[in-house]
Write a protein that binds this ligand. Structure first.
Ligand code: MG
Length: 373
């Protein structure tokens, strides 16, 4: 039996990890389940899976039966008995868990983007030092990993990330001014949580994925590119020196990369195979960075390094929250990020504490710009 500590069990990815473990329950079980604030959902999962440990970041859990409920000070114990740490928490909050897991776990399945976007330097240092098997779960990075035969250090010429282009791919700037949260939450191909769905609409998410790819595959930015592929069938492509390209394809479902993170190199039944005749054609287009400035803002912050990606992310998390609450317009998301990056200085990212401070500063500055002081 392989034991999984799942962080972020009540979110979109967490629920799908639970679905996969339910299907593979003869071989996989949870040693720990942790959630942010959804006490009711966590309580139901604890009742079902009966892990050794449970942890809720905000709020209270009542009776957990035989499961030990950990306090904030004890949360390191989440990773005590696991074979795989599955980090599915959303946002900057995920980084702390990834770094905690890296202290004790030998295998980390990483679905939290911000761990690498904000803390790539710190996380990769631990991964290299401790020889951790870091498995990408983001669909694009899982696709690259598959095309590289599960070898993150395998040689390649270029990494080509595919992007659906989001719901506003064909919108003019005047139309983008008027889009609402409801419009933005209506993603054409993927079914995901609210934050990442908005980040997909602004293409901030694709910028994040460029930074993730840099850390995971040790690729200089010049060798990573993004191309719009509206059908979301080809999940990313590796191009090699001889001109050959290998891509991973499938209907868009996160259960495939989630399951593969647990079972690789073995592939088990998961999703229906593609019907190519029914698909008929696949399309590829240039990513319109001039229309979606969040993409370039993220890539630039990634190139600048230090605390810049953390400032970008903190501002982005605040701006998206305000957009979802109807407080700012869609175009204001990019403007807020840009203003925060202009206002705050870059520092080296030597420790988690430093990043946490940068994150708090970016959020304060963004809130000030959005709500006034
Ligand atoms: Mg992705």
């Amino acid at each position: 039996m392989r034991k999984i500590a799942l962080i972020g069990c009540t979110g979109s990815i967490g629920k799908q990890v639970c679905a996969v473990v339910r299907r593979l329950s003869h071989e996989y079980a949870f040693s720990a389940l942790a959630a942010g604030e959804n006490a009711q959902a966590l309580s139901a999962l604890v009742g079902e899976f009966q892990p050794r440990y449970a942890y809720l970041e905000q709020g209270r859990l009542s009776d957990c039966g035989k499961t030990k409920l950990l306090s904030r000070e004890e949360k390191e114990a989440l990773f005590e008995e696991c074979d795989i740490a599955f980090i599915a928490a959303g946002g900057f909050a995920g980084l702390e868990y990834t770094l905690l897991a890296a202290k004790t776990c030998k295998t980390i399945a990483l679905a939290n983007k911000e761990s690498l976007v904000c803390g790539g330097e710190l996380v990769m240092r631990e991964v290299q030092k401790r020889g951790i098997d870091l498995i990408p779960v983001d669909s694009e990075h899982s696709a690259l990993w598959q095309a590289l035969s599960f070898q993150r250090s395998a040689p390649f010429e270029r990494l080509i990330l595919t992007a659906s282009g989001g719901p506003f791919r064909n919108y003019a700037r005047e139309q983008l001014e008027k889009v609402t949260a409801k419009d933005a939450l209506n993603h054409p191909t993927w079914n995901m949580g609210a934050k990442i769905t908005i980040d997909s609409a602004t293409l901030l998410n694709k910028g994040y994925e460029v930074i993730e790819a840099k850390w995971l595959y040790g690729a200089p930015f010049e060798r990573i590119e993004a191309v719009v592929h509206p059908e979301s069938i080809m999940h990313s492509i590796v191009s090699f020196q001889d001109g050959a390209c290998l891509a991973q394809m499938g209907y868009p479902t996160m259960e495939v990369p989630i399951q593969l993170a647990l079972t690789y190199p073995m592939r088990l039944p998961c999703a229906p195979a593609l019907d190519f005749v029914k698909l008929g054609a696949l399309h590829f287009e240039r990513l319109q960075a001039e229309k979606f400035p969040c993409y370039s803002l993220a890539v630039q912050a990634g190139k600048g390094g230090g605390t810049l990606p953390t400032l970008l992310n903190g501002a982005g998390e605040e701006a998206v929250r305000a957009f979802l609450a109807g407080r700012i317009s869609f175009l204001k998301i990019a403007e807020t990020i840009q203003s925060v990056l202009n206002a705050l200085p870059r520092e080296e990212a030597a420790s988690y504490g430093q990043l946490k401070e940068a994150d708090a500063r970016a959020r304060r500055k963004a809130a000030e710009l959005i709500y006034g002081d």
